[in-house]
Each structure stands twice: as C-alpha cells, then as structure tokens.
Design a protein around this ligand. Structure first.
Ligand SMILES: NC(=O)c1ccc[n+]([C@@H]2O[C@H](COP(=O)([O-])OP(=O)(O)OC[C@H]3O[C@@H](n4cnc5c(N)ncnc54)[C@H](OP(=O)(O)O)[C@@H]3O)[C@@H](O)[C@H]2O)c1
Length: 260
C-alpha cells in the first residue's frame, strides 16, 4: 500500500522493459517491513544528469537503483563513492542522504557471491576463471577476492582492461593470486561469464565450452535469457549451472539494507 509515508526508489534504465529487479526489490521491502517502493524509469543517457538533479530534490526519495547504460555515468553525479563503487568507478545504487547529497555503492559483485553461497557454491579456496573486465565483472572480481578464492584468472576481449583490473585488485588484496589469461575453462572449479555475451541471439560463447569439465560450476551475470547459450552448453556437459538471476535475487537484500 503506497501512502504519504512511502519512500520511493526509481530504477534508472534505458531501455527498461527487460528489467527484473522491481518485483524482487518490492517483495524484499515488504519482507523487511520497509515502506519503500521501486518504479522503473526509462531515462535516455543524455537526460540522466537532468533526471538525477530533479530526483535529488525530492525529500522522500530513498535513493536510486541503476542499471545499463547508466552505471558509469551516475558515479560522476554522486558526492561520494563507497566500497566496490570506488574501485569500479560505477554504481548500481545511490542513497540520498538527509542533506540531499548522494552516496554511490556497487553491490553487483557482493550479490553474485551471496547468490553462490545461497546455492551452496562457496567460492572460498576455489580456482576461478572470470570472463570480462567491465562494470559487472569488476564488481564480481572484487567480491570473489573478498570471499577468499584461491586464485582468480581474468580473461577479457580487450586484454589491457583485464591487466588494469588485475593490477588494481592486487593493490587492494595483497596476498591474492590474480592473473590474466585466455578464456580457457580447463582446470577451474568455477567459471563465470561477466560479459554481456549471451544477451543477444547469435552472440559468441564467452568460453571454449568443449574444455569445460563435468562438475565445474558455471555462472552467469546475464539475466535475460534466463538460460543463456553458455549455461545450456555447460549443463549438457554435466556442469553445475548458476543463473544470472541469482545475482539479483540475493542482492536485493543488500540494496534495501544500503538504503536504511
Ligand atoms: N545479474 C545481474 O545482477 C547483473 C548485474 C549487472 C550486470 N549484469 C549483466 O552483465 C553484463 C555486462 O554488464 P556490464 O555492466 O559489465 O557492461 P560493461 O561494463 O559494458 O562491460 C561489458 C563486458 O563485456 C565484454 N563484451 C561485450 N561485448 C563483447 C563481445 N562481443 N565479445 C567479447 N566480450 C564482449 C566487454 O569486453 P571489452 O572490455 O573488450 O569491451 C566487457 O568485458 C550485462 O549483460 C548486464 O546485463 C547483470
């Protein structure tokens, strides 16, 4: 029930028809007894700045949740970045403080790891191959190292981005084994697609699936389609598949907590 006490959280996206967060987020608010409601807003990139300036003036705005293509641009509009947002230079949530200032956070990675844990795939002590070095992959890499993986190999189409990310992570996690390499999944316990590959029909597979060993946990950040070509191929080879939706299912609790 929306009343005069309800705080509001727009989900900023463009386009917004594919978003899956609002029902999960609103159900989590209800579960936690938080009087907050999420509504998707379709915002063109060139209107993001004006939209955020207007939104920050609203007293009952709890914050904003951000998705493609705004995660990088919103970071520049925040007054401060905390946690993984500072590493990644991107945010997927912004909290409006009482003085109207904006604090940006990034929970994609923590959400991914929370999803793994929830489904019984503790990454601690595991060898992980992560494909991608963009916003989602960077957050996932940060959270995996925080969760104590034995080693992390980053493979990216643009290798210099993988090198830059690996260097930043080595600076943050001194004893961690972080390497860059090809998208060859042989020998890894957990293989994760952190790229956008799989969203569109005809996309290439992010890893060489013929080299996937049975029993490997194969995870996705892509949520649409629910079962990506990578997951279908992995399942056919006897791997344990972990869908992109699990990243957001477990993340909504972290997002609601951040807005309290
Ligand atoms: N499940 C969730 O909760 C969740 C949360 C956030 C994001 N996501 C999903 O994660 C995906 C990536 O989002 P993002 O924010 O990280 O985007 P991004 O910052 O633009 O990064 C895109 C990544 O995908 C790679 N890539 C794109 N097209 C490619 C291609 N044709 N071949 C090889 N690599 C390619 C890029 O490689 P280069 O560096 O070489 O360009 C880069 O590593 C999207 O599908 C998004 O929906 C899911």
């Amino acid at each position: 029930m929306i009343t005069g006490h309800t705080r509001f959280v727009p989900l900023l996206a463009h386009p917004c028809r594919h978003v899956r967060t609002p029902p999960l987020f609103n159900a989590e608010c209800e579960r936690q007894g938080e009087d907050i409601v999420m509504v998707p807003l379709d915002v063109l990139p060139e209107r993001l700045h004006a939209t955020v300036d207007s939104l920050r003036a609203i007293e009952n705005l709890a914050g904003m949740v951000i998705t493609i293509p705004h995660k990088g641009a919103i970071a520049a509009l925040c007054d401060r970045l905390v946690g993984a947002a500072a590493l990644v230079g991107a945010c997927n949530i912004v909290r409006r403080e009482k003085d109207g200032s904006l604090t940006g956070g990034m929970f994609d990675g923590e959400g991914f790891v929370a999803g793994l844990l929830h489904r019984g795939h503790d990454p601690a002590g595991k060898r992980v191959l992560l494909v991608g070095a963009g916003g989602a992959a960077s957050g996932v890499a940060h959270a995996l190292l925080g969760a104590g993986v034995a080693g992390l190999t980053i493979a990216n189409r643009s290798p210099e981005k993988a090198e830059t990310l690996a260097g930043q992570l080595r600076g943050l996690f001194e004893n961690a084994r972080v390497e860059t390499g090809p998208p060859n999944p042989r020998g890894f316990d957990i293989v994760i697609n952190g790229t956008a590959l799989g969203m569109h029909a005809g996309d290439a597979l992010p890893v060489d699936v013929d080299r996937l060993g049975a029993g490997t946990v194969v995870g996705e950040v892509v949520m649409q389609p629910d079962m990506t070509p990578l997951l279908a191929a992995a399942e056919a080879r006897g791997c344990v598949v972990h869908k992109g939706i699990h990243m957001i299912e477990q993340q909504v609790r972290l997002l609601v907590d951040f807005l309290k």
